[in-house]
Design a protein around this ligand. Structure first.
Ligand code: URA
Length: 200
């Protein structure tokens, strides 16, 4: 069994925060263990909680359309969330829940070691760039430690709001070139989390 699969098994029975009580299934994430491109959302919603898979509802369908716009299929990228269990009523994750899940996400990123991390929405953005707003920095890549970090709007927010929708569509189109650049970058073993690197 791979270390990543072991991690999934650990997450499946996790009791580190109160979200364990209300979940149907934990949603660790999915995709190739050696993916170069990783998408990080916020938290599982209703459908994700039922299926144990990330981005399988409306936001996921839109994410798949966005991926198709750059000739990628979801199976080719890694997809996960900041927290692994659904908050009741899809409320925002609390700081304590994010903290409880942090070690899982750190380990996941360390094992996959992607060349580029795309953050979807403000919670995954805040993991790397806490002191800014997504409207200000979306679509602006940051190159840190051999990896590119790229903040985008959350597909659920963008889906029904024309101004965010055109922004997310445009930001997505910049990914292939950035990824090609990232793949050439020297693997410097990036820090597991870049909160300290608030470069925006
Ligand atoms: N929204 C997210 O942030 N993640 C999912 O998995 C689904 C919807």
């Amino acid at each position: 069994m791979s270390e990543l699969t072991e991690l999934y098994e650990e997450i499946a029975v996790c009791q580190r925060c109160i979200l364990a009580q209300g979940r149907t299934k934990a949603v660790p994430g999915e995709g190739p263990e050696d993916a170069t491109l990783l998408f990080m959302g916020e938290a599982p919603g209703f459908h994700e909680d039922r299926q144990g898979r990330p981005f399988v509802g409306a936001a996921g369908k839109f994410l798949e359309e966005l991926l198709a716009s750059i000739d990628l299929k979801r199976e080719e990228v890694y997809i996960c969330n900041v927290i692994k269990c659904r908050p009741p009523g899809n409320r925002d994750p609390s700081p304590a829940e994010i903290e409880a899940c942090r070690a899982y996400l750190d380990r996941q990123i360390e094992l996959i070691n992607p060349k580029m991390i795309v953050t979807l929405g403000r919670f995954s953005m805040a993991r790397y760039f806490p002191k800014t707003s997504i409207s200000r920095i979306h679509g602006q890549p940051k190159r840190i430690g051999g990896r590119i970090y790229y903040p985008m709007f959350h597909p659920a927010a963008a889906l029904h709001q024309p101004k965010y929708r055109s922004a997310i569509e445009e930001d997505m189109l910049k990914i292939p070139q950035l990824l090609a650049e990232a793949e050439q970058m020297v693997d410097e073993k990036p820090p597991p989390q870049a909160e300290q690197l608030s470069l925006f």
